[in-house]
Design a protein around this ligand. Structure first.
Ligand SMILES: [Zn+2]
Length: 311
């Protein structure tokens, strides 16, 4: 009896520990913090390894539902530079950055922003507390040209801020620019001749990509990962999938694929995952290669080209 009781207590303690166990979060100290993965990848490449570069969001965290913790605020207070774009970030965080004189590099003016199609997305922006002025689409980095422009600007600013590293940054910038050029060529070659004009995603992140590389994209769910489309929207999506002969429905890595699966079951199409590059899907474990902007873009390109039946 005592042994059983002991076992029960042990199991209860284990469950309590599992429930209370904190999610893995970055440490409070960082030299440079960036607001999204595309900025992280650029800064990480430009700066030498001894500079500790971190993402604002913990790996696996969806940007649109991100709420900063006290540790996030603490980290920003001590950082040498916070590199960010404001669209899509929580207002509480931007207020904190403004009020606490955080060393910052705000990238907003360097980006060619696009607006969401107002008719399609009017219901999608009900999410609370995140900056979404004038229906600006925050996913600018999925157009390689925006990544290039932001890289050039960041490099110049980092050279000013860290003059000792200026030659290193210059070399790394040229290296990154060459990679972006090769990536762009790869993208253009992938979509020369395709049977299907558009691709369908659950999360509305791919407008920049579609616009830059000559295709169109339809989104099922808008921006909020929790959004559930109403029956009329579901019906419209199913009709569109059938009339445009869509073979694959994409969902993003942080979001439940339930809606995509439901539509797939009714239409007989496949379901697959795309990277939004706002963040990475999971912490990189030891021995595993760190995904890069370019590697994730190339994975997306291969999947979209296959879904559009490109040759
Ligand atoms: Zn997004």
């Amino acid at each position: 009896m005592v042994r059983i009781l002991g076992l029960v207590v042990a199991v209860i303690l284990l469950v309590v520990w599992l429930v209370l166990m904190p999610k893995e979060r970055p440490t409070v100290h960082a030299d440079i913090v960036t607001s999204n993965f595309a900025l992280y990848d650029a800064v990480r490449h430009l700066m030498p390894p001894e500079i500790d570069v971190q993402m604002l969001l913990p790996a696996g965290q969806d940007m649109h539902s991100f709420e900063p913790t006290p540790d996030d605020f603490k980290r920003l207070t001590h950082v040498q530079l916070f590199v960010y774009t404001s669209y899509g970030l929580p207002v509480t965080l931007l207020d904190f950055v403004a009020q606490n004189e955080v060393a910052q590099l705000r990238m907003d003016s360097e980006i060619e922003w696009r607006q969401f199609d107002k008719h399609r997305h009017q219901h999608a922006h009900g999410d609370t507390g995140h900056v979404s002025q004038a229906s600006i689409d925050p996913h600018y980095w999925l157009d390689v040209n925006n990544q290039r422009n932001s890289l050039i600007y960041i490099a110049t600013m980092l050279q000013e801020k860290f003059p000792a590293y200026a030659p290193y940054i210059q070399e790394q910038k040229l290296d990154y620019l060459a990679e972006l050029e090769s990536l762009e060529e790869h993208i253009r070659n992938a979509f020369v001749q395709c049977e299907i004009e558009s691709f369908v995603v659950s999360h509305d992140a791919f407008n920049y990509f579609a616009h830059a590389y000559g295709m169109s994209t339809h989104a099922i769910q808008g921006l909020s990962p929790q959004a559930q489309p109403d029956p009329a929207t579901m019906e419209a999506v199913i009709e569109m999938v059938e009339s445009e002969r869509i073979a694959t429905l994409f969902f993003e890595s942080f979001v439940s694929d339930t809606v995509a699966q439901t539509i797939a079951a009714q239409t007989g199409c496949k379901v697959d995952m795309l990277h939004t590059l706002a963040n990475i899907d999971a912490p990189v474990s030891e021995g595993q290669a760190q995904p890069t902007y370019s590697s994730l873009m190339r994975e997306n390109v291969a999947k979209i080209a296959q879904a559009r039946r490109c040759q």
